[in-house]
Design a protein around this ligand. Structure first.
Ligand SMILES: Nc1nc2c(c(=O)[nH]1)N[C@H]1C(S)=C(S)[C@@H](COP(=O)(O)O)O[C@H]1N2
Ligand SMILES: [Mo]
Length: 319
């Protein structure tokens, strides 16, 4: 059933159809987009030419994270976790080059007034786009600072009109082994599924990102739309979202299925609760240099405004 839904998002070129000429044409297209994005940096967001609302979209700068030192665009786009395109950090940048994230729709289903779908073009009209600089912390012990462009997830939730039975939201990433070499390998239980409690999803920090560094979201970072939840470990940020399902029960997420002892549903950044294989008390900033040393990790990644969501909860138990 999930796969049926996902077939509505076909990436245009099958691996078997790729000729050297096709590869060349695609690359040229990619470069053209990169050029257009660079030209409009800081003032506009260029959408892929194929999108219905081609051209430039503006986004507002915000105060979020303006004091932070950004991780370089090079590091943000070449050191990635995206197992659908391989388990190596450098795999996604290479393997996702031909992936076509347009046209795209997100299916909205489950506990909603009416199941429906929304195109990226419609999504972008739900709320003004904002640039927000967020600290990102991966459970593996490294971190980055990324200038995302996106809109609050709350805008989409309001549009979706969930019913009173909606207690959690499930995010299902696009999954098509024909276009995602890593998805042909059962390293995870595909498709990639993440989830949030409803109040976490409505929290103003929770973002649907469609861009970074003034550009359309690169494929390796989860084009065309991915979740960003800066007070949680990076794996909560499902990439290339194809379905959003409102549910009554806590979703069984991909990483919980893979290793429930290591990955909890909440996955809040917490220096007091170590992962069995990695300390969570400190982190390495990617690109900070060989001698920079480790940075102390903060509870909720320093986003103290979310503490109220977990008042009275034992964060060691609900990790
Ligand atoms: N669909 C999907 N989403 C995913 C992942 C993945 O493998 N598949 N990896 C997660 C992990 S572990 C991290 S740290 C972030 C990395 O995002 P970035 O590459 O944009 O920094 O994406 C998350 N989202
Ligand atoms: Mo991660």
């Amino acid at each position: 059933m999930l796969l049926d839904n996902n077939r509505r998002n076909p990436s245009a070129i099958l691996p078997s159809e790729i000729t050297p000429q096709a590869v060349f044409e695609q690359r040229r297209e990619v470069l053209k987009l990169a050029g257009a994005a660079a030209a409009s940096a800081l003032t506009g967001l260029s959408l892929p030419a194929q999108a219905a609302t081609a051209g430039s979209l503006s986004f507002a700068k915000t105060a979020y994270g303006k004091e932070e030192t950004l991780t370089s665009l090079q590091d943000v786009t070449s050191y990635n976790n995206y197992y659908e395109f391989g388990t190596g950090k450098e795999d996604p940048a290479r393997e996702a080059v031909l992936f076509k994230p347009t046209p795209w729709t997100i299916n909205i289903e489950g506990a909603v007034k009416q199941a429906k779908s929304i195109s990226i073009e419609q999504l972008l009209k739900l709320a003004p786009l904002e640039e927000r600089i967020y600290r990102m912390r991966c459970v593996e012990g490294w971190s980055m600072v990324i200038p995302w462009i996106g809109l609050p997830l709350k805008a989409l939730i309001d549009w979706a009109q969930p019913t009173g039975n909606a207690k959690y939201i499930e995010f299902i990433s696009y999954n098509d082994p024909r276009h995602m070499p890593g998805a042909r390998i059962p390293v995870l239980d595909w498709p990639y599924i993440e989830g949030l409690r409803m109040d976490e999803a409505m929290q103003p920090l929770t973002l649907l990102a469609v861009g970074l560094y003034g550009q359309v979201l690169p494929n390796q970072n989860g084009a065309p739309v991915r979740l960003v939840v800066p007070w949680k470990y990076g794996f909560k940020g499902a990439k290339a979202i194809s379905t959003i399902r409102f549910v009554e029960k806590m979703p069984n997420t991909t990483w919980m299925k893979a290793s429930p002892r290591e990955y909890g549903f909440y996955a809040n950044v917490n220096p007091q609760v170590d992962h069995p294989r990695w300390t969570q008390s400190s982190e390495k900033r990617i690109g900070a240099g060989l001698f920079a040393g480790r940075v102390k990790t903060k509870l909720f990644n320093g986003y103290d405004e979310v503490a109220g969501l977990y008042a009275g909860m034992d964060l060691k138990k609900f990790f």
